[in-house]
Design a protein around this ligand. Structure first.
Ligand SMILES: [Fe+2]
Ligand SMILES: [Fe+2]
Length: 184
């Protein structure tokens, strides 16, 4: 299984593509391995962080796109990711989401990370691919959280989030087919 390491200071995530003996260091500190979540708090913080990343991604790309309709679509996605973030912040402050410690530590963080990271010089085709993979990972994440929720409203909240990410993925796929395949 691929290992990911995270810097607890700057937040950088590093993927190991070949094993070696050395220790990974970032910001002057050893990096910690990303394996499983340790608490519900950590699960929700991860979800909030991913929503913020998605919001920022769509916002940044909406400024770079030439296609007006796609630009508007990305702006709409940015707004929806922001709503997701706010919803999760409410879940976190209400803390009615109480899976068992075992359920939480069974979640593998790598399952929800996308192994291609957006770079400033990526083209819009690559950006669409990153976005589709992220939406797929988010869909899986919320579905897994729904399965862990014990009370019905919480389960419905996560299922609704999963559905919205699935819709994002579908709309991106439609764009990808229309824009990339018909261009070439
Ligand atoms: Fe989202
Ligand atoms: Fe999304």
């Amino acid at each position: 299984m691929t290992d990911f390491y995270k810097c607890s200071i700057c937040g950088k995530i590093v993927k190991v593509i070949a094993e070696g003996k050395g220790q990974l260091v970032c910001c002057g500190e050893p990096m910690t391995i990303l394996s499983t979540f340790k608490s519900v708090q950590e699960v929700l913080d991860f979800a909030i962080e991913k929503e913020e990343e998605a919001r920022q991604f769509y916002l940044d790309w909406s400024n770079k796109l030439d296609n007006k309709a796609l630009r508007e679509q990305f702006l709409q996605f940015a707004g929806e990711e922001n709503q997701h973030k706010e919803k999760l912040q409410r879940v976190k402050s209400g803390s009615t989401f109480k899976p068992s410690a075992k359920q939480v530590t069974d979640l593998k963080i790598v399952d929800y990370l996308v192994d291609i990271v957006p770079t400033p010089d990526m083209d819009y085709q690559e950006a669409l691919i990153v976005a589709m993979r992220r939406e797929k990972a988010s869909f899986k994440f919320y579905n897994d959280l729904a399965a862990m929720a014990e009370d019905e409203p919480m389960r419905e909240t996560f299922l609704a989030l999963a559905q919205e990410e699935a819709k994002h993925k579908l709309r991106l796929e439609t764009w990808y087919e229309k824009e990339i395949y018909t261009e070439n």
